[in-house]
Design a protein around this ligand. Sequence first.
Ligand SMILES: C[S@@+](CC[C@H](N)C(=O)[O-])C[C@H]1O[C@@H](n2cnc3c(N)ncnc32)[C@H](O)[C@@H]1O
Length: 298
Amino acid sequence: MIYHIPALLIESIEGLNIKPDGNYVDVTFGGGGHSMEILRRLRKGRLIAFDQDDDSAANVPADKKLLFLNQNFRFLKNNLHFNGIKSIDGLIADLGVSFHQFDEPSRGFTFRQDAPLDMRMNRSGKVTASYLLNTLDEKSLADLFFNYGELINSRRIASEIVSFRTSKPLSTVKDIMDAVARLAPYRQEHKFYAKLFQGLRIAVNHEIDFLKEMLEQALELLNPGGRLVVITYHSLEDRVVKNFIRTGNFEGEEKKDFYGNIETPFRIITKKGITPGEDELAANKRARSARLRIGEKI
Ligand SMILES: C[S@@+](CC[C@H](N)C(=O)[O-])C[C@H]1O[C@@H](n2cnc3c(N)ncnc32)[C@H](O)[C@@H]1O
């Protein structure tokens, strides 16, 4: 089984503008596709790679230029300081889940196979999807599916879940699908379940909060001229990244200077973001929702 096929590989690595002697960070190592390309371009430089999933450690190559840390990227700054690195020349984040996490039935990320409702990227964490579904109150469940799944019938979904769990806890993929089956729109079932599972996955792994924490630290660590390169896979995380690069804050609030220019700590390299071309999509259709944004620290 393939561990992962990297999306927008050339575009993102070129976007890092690698200096052979610089310090770089890949906060989402996964199968190491992006990291390998960075290593190839380094001479005396270093690459620090993070992944919170211990399965990804099996993909780490023997290379003295690379330090792999089985850590959440929300601890970016502490880990770099601990390893004597005070500033960096570029950081890449290829967000979301790897093919491996998605395709491995025991991980419970997909509605296409029955499995325990787990969805933890870091399996030493306590909170699984099943735990959230069985313990959150109805309002919190509705908020979860509205905010993270972007489902407009989130209140009805929450109500069905709460009524299902009065007779039995939700512990498998089949349980959640049975609980909300009546609400899946005809012929759009896949889209509905994809959003439902996306919402749960984001909540289990605190994806939006941790992304914000990491971005703020990345900005602090980057040297002037250093590049922030981020690939997102859904509109929620893309909005966070886009706002941050454009305005320096997550809400996209514009502060203008005397001349009316928006004040931001970044020079925007990709105005609209870069999406995969036809050739890439023909070879890897899972890259279809990828969007690459690049900012250069001023
Ligand atoms: C899309 S995959 C990255 C694939 C990689 N670029 C490659 O070419 O193989 C995303 C990876 O990021 C990891 N990840 C997601 N959120 C993380 C976080 N907060 N901290 C550390 N790793 C994270 C996941 O475990 C997963 O392995």
